[in-house]
Ligand binder design. Structure first.
Ligand SMILES: [Zn+2]
Ligand SMILES: [Zn+2]
Length: 140
């Protein structure tokens, strides 16, 4: 009689806890009844996931937020920390020309049209190889 109550209590607890932790509730319930509660409970304590599903979710969420923050700051840094090498005016990384002095900050890939740093030898977007342009002064 005492055992039945104990098994019932443990069973209820196991059902609750397995569903919180994403464990197989049916398997653990059967195991609990067959094993008369106490032994399965001990085994369950040893093998159960130390984190509940909520914990997992919170963990994942934290990671995602961290990642997002990091890429956001990287983006901000990239946007803010550039200066025109000629006049020192602050420029955005997506600018092609310096708005203050007209210096060319980026070239455009002739194959795919994406912005490229002026000293890049091949396009990071499409792999197009770029011949280094001649020094502009000689053309004039
Ligand atoms: Zn400039
Ligand atoms: Zn390209």
């Amino acid at each position: 009689m005492g055992t039945a109550v104990l098994v019932a209590v443990i069973l209820i607890w196991i059902i609750k806890d397995t569903s919180r932790r994403g464990a197989n509730t049916l398997v653990w319930s059967v195991f609990t009844v067959v094993g008369l509660g106490l032994l399965p409970l001990i085994v369950y304590f040893l093998v159960r996931d130390p984190l509940t599903l909520d914990d997992h979710m919170a963990d994942k969420l934290n990671n995602d937020v961290l990642k997002l923050e990091r890429s956001y700051y990287a983006f901000l840094m990239d946007e803010q920390d550039r200066k025109c090498p000629v006049c020192g005016h602050e420029v955005k990384s997506r600018y092609r020309f310096c708005p203050a002095c007209g210096n060319e900050l980026h070239t455009v890939c002739p194959a795919c049209g994406e912005l490229m740093e002026t000293n890049w030898k091949s396009c990071p977007h499409c792999g197009h190889k770029v011949e280094q342009p001649e020094v502009k002064g000689e053309l004039v």
